[in-house]
Design a protein around this ligand. Structure first.
Ligand code: SAM
Length: 283
């Protein structure tokens, strides 16, 4: 059965584990974190689509007043601001792809795994406003293993006919509605080891039409957040530098790879093109 790569929590009870490991000083931090909606979602469901979407929406909420205040503080942390940048990146690249569509051409866009597909829905709205002729011939598709975010995405897209959301494994080429002009992916690569990530990148490469664009991101370590997420939420992720992420995309067959650091400095924002003229894939 396909595994949810992002569900990394292992212990049934975090406080019981903290006690058994003698980390009693973290118990009050744990209790405080649970008052914030972001903290509680992180603790209960480690790297969930709700956790990511809460950061993207950037609207503090929590319990007992203190929870909302703490949520606001967490949403302003470097790691949260940087994660939000990957959402802006994905949304921007969807809109950019529309700007490259030739007269009378169509746009086929995919977000994978889409989670709550805010990048796709907001990107599509911007395309409708800026490139209405492209919007009229576009399809916006979301792919995720979990039926729940797919249902939430349908709601967010208000069941607009240009959108479709399908359940499937991001590592299975048969899940993809190929050929695609633009694929965006945030929040999966961080949960895959290098070999599995190259497999995922190859799958995306194979689903793009020649000249199609892949926008993704890689997260570098922020010691405080990594410590808190590991201890309180059992979030285990693969952190990568710009060079490491670029090398993995190149191994998967992408040749025209642009990597830039976000303004916080923890996120690499990547854009890679399928360029069949150069060949040389490592298959
Ligand atoms: C952290 S969320 C990221 C979603 C979204 N792209 C974002 O940035 O918010 C991770 C998503 O990956 C999905 N997922 C995990 N493993 C998957 C797999 N093998 N195939 C497809 N989706 C998967 C989960 O269901 C979840 O919605």
């Amino acid at each position: 059965m396909t595994r949810f790569a992002n569900r990394t929590r292992r212990s049934a009870s975090i406080p019981r584990r903290l006690v058994s490991e003698g980390k009693l000083h973290l118990l009050p931090v744990y209790a405080l974190m649970r008052t914030s909606d972001l903290g509680r979602e992180g603790i209960e469901n480690s790297g969930s689509f709700r956790f990511a979407d809460h950061i993207y929406r950037n609207a503090p909420s929590g319990r007992y007043g203190v929870g909302q205040l703490l949520d606001a503080v967490l949403l302003r942390m470097r790691s949260a601001r940087s994660l939000r940048n990957r959402f802006f990146h994905a949304r921007r690249e969807i809109v950019r792809a529309a700007g490259r569509v030739p007269e009378g051409g169509e746009l086929r866009a995919l977000s994978v795994p889409c989670g709550i597909a805010r990048d796709l829905v907001e990107g599509a709205r911007a395309i409708r406003a800026r490139h209405p002729h492209v919007f009229a011939r576009a399809t916006f598709q979301g792919l995720d293993l979990d039926a729940e975010p797919l249902a939430l995405s349908r709601g967010l897209a208000a069941d607009e006919e240009r959108f479709s959301f399908r359940q499937g494994d991001a590592l299975d080429p048969a899940s993809y509605p190929a050929p695609l002009d633009v694929v965006v992916s945030t929040g999966l690569g961080e949960f895959l080891d290098d070999e599995t990530l190259v497999r995922f990148y190859r799958t995306v490469h194979g689903a793009l039409r020649p000249g199609g664009v892949f926008a993704t991101s890689a997260t570098d370590t922020d010691r405080l957040s990594v410590y808190l997420m590991r201890e309180l939420a059992e979030l285990e992720a693969y952190y990568r530098t710009s060079e490491q992420a670029t090398a993995l995309l190149a191994r998967a067959g992408f040749r025209d790879i642009h990597a830039v650091a976000d303004d916080v400095g923890l996120q690499t924002l990547l854009v890679a093109r399928r360029d069949d003229s150069q060949g040389g894939e490592d298959r």
